[in-house]
Design a protein around this ligand. Structure first.
Ligand code: ATP
Ligand code: MG
Ligand code: MG
Ligand code: MG
Length: 474
């Protein structure tokens, strides 16, 4: 049977609803009242206080399909996107949660039943990982039917999960899936290795501690369960494709990019990453704008601006030289608009903000090209073969020109950009600026938003209000 992403989502939620879980809608990508998080990065975020025992809900079991973005903070996948088949900036996380209700035994039994009996995944492709000292989980996997040799142990890095530097955390057990062609190559050393032949699909976290700012662990009032399975990865596995980008969640968006670029998407070609980056970032940008994040030079808005610019930069490789990302948005809306109606409602604002940002970046590039061009000529006349790192950094900082664009310019003039020198400067400035990262410039957001209203975009836009209410910080 071939599963559509729509069926996969519904089947997951229905399965847990039948097991007594309350179906809870996704929360915003802007974490409500949480100053420790950049963007919502997991299904458990909206339940954080319930885990910590600070909030009580009328249910002790919940299930959700949560919008997530991992492009900053502790879980940052931005640089992977385009180069692995499994990492996205925006993705949907399916999950089930127990607030002091069931613990390891039921969590493992539910996961086994859903994967092997409902979705019908072949056991001979599955791997199970447990935290080094967690004998109990290893025994429970065996009890439900997992072959002993397919249960592996890993340490902190892979099998101890934390939402951020502080907050709820605990040991976890994960399910991985071998996606290769040759079952003889389906070996233990591919699990948690580089590459995505063996794919992590589901993480079951046994929330047992709260970590404070000093790194001390305190036991939670009651042990809890928090699980997360990436919908895009489940779709890859259940649709029998080796990359998330070949699933029904991405093919219509890639088709739109193909149409705009007048080029074919070929997975393994040199332009493959550019197509994937644009398709991925179009989703993230649409969803973030729809949730009220506005491009700016600080905090969340700055990360959004970086995602947009990264997409535009890769767009140049496909031959786009004008506004194009905003024309991919309708494909994203077709794909996600039924599941997240806010995207449809806020489409006019999303479109306007993105178009403005794309035009602004085009201007940046034009101004930057002139200034950098003059500097490169000066360097060449002086007999240089290298563009010094601090010079490059100055352009990066002053004009917002991405490093890769600067590198392109330098190469065109036959110069090499001193990346090491650049990185050193960047690191210095980053360290110095770490503190200012915490303050979202709300005034700036207001200014940009009001400008937009002035220009006549009238659409209900609750994002700004939400930002203000929550006093959002990063
Ligand atoms: P990986 O090791 O592949 O980077 P992870 O261990 O960081 O994944 P978790 O924090 O355990 O991921 O998140 C739970 C689940 O969410 C993962 O098992 C995976 O299915 C999904 N997931 C995590 N990060 C991403 C991402 N960037 N894009 C798409 N799905 C993701
Ligand atoms: Mg990761
Ligand atoms: Mg992992
Ligand atoms: Mg994991």
């Amino acid at each position: 049977k071939l599963w559509s992403s729509r069926e996969i989502r519904k089947t997951f939620l229905d399965f847990f609803a039948k097991k007594g879980h309350q179906v809870v809608p996704s929360s915003s990508l802007i974490p409500a009242g949480d100053t420790t998080l950049l963007f919502t990065n997991a299904g458990m975020n909206q339940f954080k206080d319930v885990f910590l025992g600070r909030e009580v809900r009328p249910y002790t079991r919940a299930t959700s399909c949560q919008k997530c973005v991992r492009a900053g903070g502790k879980h940052n996948d931005l640089d992977n996107v385009g180069y692995t088949g499994r990492h996205h900036t925006f993705f949907e996380m399916l999950g089930n949660f127990s607030f002091g209700d069931y613990f390891k035994e039921e969590a493992i039994a539910f996961a086994w039943e859903l994967l092997t009996e409902v979705y019908g995944l072949p056991v001979e492709r599955l791997w199970f990982t447990v935290y080094t000292e967690d004998d109990e989980s290893a025994k429970l996997w065996e009890k439900v039917g997992a072959p002993r040799e397919r249960i592996l142990r890993f340490g902190e890095k892979d099998n101890f999960w934390a939402m951020g530097e502080t907050g709820p955390c605990g040991p976890c057990t994960e399910i991985h899936y071998y996606q290769g062609e040759d079952l003889r190559q389906n070996t233990a050393d591919l699990v948690n290795g580089p590459g995505d032949v063996t794919l992590e699909i589901w993480n079951l976290v046994f929330m047992q501690y709260e970590r404070d700012a000093q790194g001390h662990l305190y036991p939670l009032p009651k042990p809890c369960v928090d699980t997360g399975a990436g919908l895009e990865r489940l779709a890859a596995v259940l649709q029998g494709v080796s990359s998330n980008y070949d699933t029904d969640l991405f093919t219509p968006i890639l088709a739109r990019v193909e149409e705009l670029a007048q080029r074919r998407y070929e997975k393994d070609s040199e332009l493959g990453p550019a197509f994937r980056v644009i398709a991925d970032h179009a989703r993230a940008v649409t969803m973030l704008l729809a949730d009220g994040v506005v491009p700016s030079n600080e905090g969340r808005g700055y990360v959004l601006r970086r995602i947009i610019r990264r997409a535009l930069r890769y767009g140049r490789r496909l031959g786009f030289d004008g506004v194009f990302l905003v024309d991919v948005v309708p494909a994203v809306v077709d794909s996600l608009g039924d599941v997240y109606p806010e995207v449809r409602e806020r489409l006019p604002v999303v479109t306007e903000l993105l178009r403005t940002e794309e035009e602004r970046f085009a201007r940046t590039l034009n101004v930057g090209t002139d200034v950098v061009g003059r500097e490169l000529e000066r360097l060449k006349r002086a007999g240089a073969t290298v563009m010094p790192g601090d010079v490059a950094f100055r352009f990066y900082e002053t004009y917002g020109l991405p490093l890769e664009v600067l590198e392109e310019f330098a190469q065109e003039e036959g110069l090499r950009l001193d990346r090491e020198g650049f990185d050193t400067r960047l690191e210095e400035v980053r360290r110095a600026g770490q503190e200012s990262w915490k303050g979202e410039l709300l005034a700036r957001t207001r200014e940009e938003y009001e400008l937009l209203v002035e220009r006549g975009v009238s659409s209900e836009f609750v994002g700004y209000e939400q930002l203000e209410l929550e006093g959002a910080t990063v």
